[in-house]
Design a protein around this ligand. Structure first.
Ligand code: G4P
Length: 531
């Protein structure tokens, strides 16, 4: 943080304008964890790079609450890391990389204003990158592209740019251009600060126009540099100039080549995010979008996480503030339940530490400890009836009946499933006929997490069994009588979700399709807003 003597050039801004709230999206192994560590250490938030990682033998700053997560070496849950940089407050929301957890990731992306897309230079666009990109596109989230691992052999920069533009239909514009790759890697050309830099960060030359570099003898004598310059010129001829507005609209991405592992391009990435990254954006809501400069406080829960810290058996709702200035102790209304709550112990998450949040503004992420009063999708306000939109449940792709091995524990099981459903770990349905407990998840791994947590945290051993349904769709209709007729006719295939909304269960896609044709006035929905 800057000392009192230094005045940040951003000191005159309204506080919310100094927030940058973002996520890193990538395919597993592209280097997200390494980049996160480097970003934090570049910003001085942690001393020792390596502290973020939850891998064996290392200290972990996050989500070490589940052995399974560590054993598998994947990050199942999202969390937030806040750090200061250049007069800005950066809120980095971590998204789980595993595809089974796309729902959680999706919700986290509803809470960010920008994303860094990390691509492995040897692999280009991979399946998970594409999926996550599409989620960002749904909300036109501005994206900065970081092409990682230039210290290794990879695809040629122009081929990578071609592939990204082609697969994502996104305009790119270069910011950092590599000089060689792999063993030939000799540094980079920084188009923002107009300098040529060695891998160690030493400035080799400065320029006004790129052509000036042709006067620098030590560079032009080097064939690797000349090739880099030529490809950069080709790229610039082919690509549009940077346009802040188009970037903020989500249609243009500044691209930096670097190496998370070697710390190359990381400071420049932070600077790009700081200088160009958007301030908090208006939040889609009903009856109207919430502007970040509105005076009254509003926010929404995008994640609930249990047992963040083994020493405190707690449950934290992560709230993204959308407007106003929140102060500790303030009373906020949960619009879903209509209940007021005094927020006595809101928290910020700095590096390894939690701190009490005395004051927070739009863009900030505040953790609110609670015992089940807050669920994913809830909107909090100073009293106004506003509902933040766009935080849906997804139709489960795996539907299972829950089997309890100890019949005496029905009550605990019901509590466990209901708690975990509020966290967004699973969805729970009740059949309209019979007394089955049904859970629905998007991926297999979610089932394993569910069983493990119910056993460990609630002492209830459960198993799952298939029940002959593969497809679930929420059903709605503009004609209430038709909906009633449908439900009556399909009674044995009907269930209700936790909000009592009717859900149609079909044996497979063919039957689901058939129902759609037979009942043209019924809408079969794959997503449902969580309020
Ligand atoms: P992820 O979170 O996206 O899954 O990726 P992570 O950071 O864990 O990185 C995946 C692997 O790629 C790691 O190697 C990491 O060291 C390596 N890596 C990340 N950035 C770079 C880079 O810029 N250059 C090179 N050469 N490698 C990079 P690993 O051997 O799988 O893991 P570890 O044993 O090093 O922890």
């Amino acid at each position: 943080m800057s000392s009192a003597a230094e005045v940040s050039p951003r000191a005159h801004l309204e506080p919310f304008r100094t927030r940058r709230t973002f996520a890193i999206i990538s395919h597993p192994d592209a280097g997200k964890t390494t980049l996160t560590e480097r970003l934090l250490s570049a910003a001085g938030a942690i001393q020792q790079a390596g502290a973020v990682r939850g891998k064996a033998g290392q200290r972990s700053t996050r989500s070490d609450w589940m052995e399974m997560e560590q054993q598998r070496g994947i990050s199942i849950s999202s969390s937030v890391m806040t750090f200061e940089f250049d007069g800005l407050t950066m809120n980095l929301l971590d998204t789980p990389g595993h595809s089974d957890f796309s729902e959680d990731t999706y919700r986290t992306l509803t809470a960010v204003d920008a994303a860094i897309m990390v691509i492995d230079a040897a692999k280009g666009i991979e399946s998970q990158t594409l999926k996550l990109f599409e989620v960002c596109r749904l909300r036109d989230i501005p994206i900065i592209t970081f092409i990682n691992k230039v210290d290794r052999e990879g695809l040629a920069p122009l081929d990578l740019i071609d592939e990204i533009q082609g697969k994502l239909a996104l305009d790119l514009t270069p910011v950092l251009w590599p000089i060689g790759q792999g063993v030939d890697f000799k540094g980079y050309i920084d188009l923002l600060e107009k300098r040529v830099v060695t891998p160690q960060g030493k400035t080799l030359a400065e320029f006004d126009a790129i052509d000036d570099l042709l006067e620098v003898e030590s560079l032009v004598d080097d064939p690797v540099f000349m090739t880099a310059l030529e490809t950069l010129e080709l790229a610039r001829a082919m690509l549009p100039d940077f346009d802040l507005k188009v970037f903020h609209e989500g249609h243009m991405s500044p691209v930096l080549f670097g190496s998370a592992l070697k710390g190359i391009g990381v400071a420049e990435l932070l600077r790009t995010l700081g200088d160009w990254g958007p301030e908090p954006r208006p939040q889609p809501a009903l009856p109207a979008p919430i502007s970040p400069d509105e005076k009254k406080v509003s926010g929404f829960v995008f994640k609930v996480q249990a047992n963040m810290d083994a020493n405190h058996r707690d449950r934290i709702a992560f709230v993204r503030l959308c407007s106003g200035t929140f102060t500790r102790g303030m009373r906020l209304k949960n619009v879903r339940s209509g209940k007021d709550m005094a927020v006595a112990n809101p928290m910020f998450f700095f590096g390894n530490n939690r701190e009490l949040a005395e004051e927070a503004v739009a863009g900030d992420i505040v953790g609110i400890p609670n015992h089940g009063t807050l669920s994913v999708g809830d909107t909090l306000t100073e009293g106004a009836t506003i509902n933040v939109t766009g935080i849906p449940n997804f139709a489960p792709e795996i539907i299972r009946r829950v089997r309890l091995t100890d019949a005496m524990k029905t009550k605990q099981m019901s509590k466990a499933l209901s708690d975990l459903a509020e966290e967004g770990v699973t969805q729970v349905f009740r059949r309209m006929v019979g007394a089955d407990w049904i859970v629905g998840v998007v991926g297999q791994l979610q089932l394993e997490v569910l069983a493990s947590r119910v056993a460990k945290e609630y002492g209830v051993p459960i198993t799952f069994e298939p029940m002959g349904f593969e497809v679930a769709r929420w059903v709605e209709s503009d004609d209430p009588d038709e909906l009633k007729r449908f439900i009556t006719a399909q009674k044995t295939n009907m269930a209700e979700d936790r909000a009592d909304a009717p859900v149609f269960l079909a044996q497979n896609a063919w039957w689901a399709d058939r129902a759609k044709q037979d009942w043209p006035k019924i809408k079969f929905l794959t997503t449902k807003e969580r309020h």
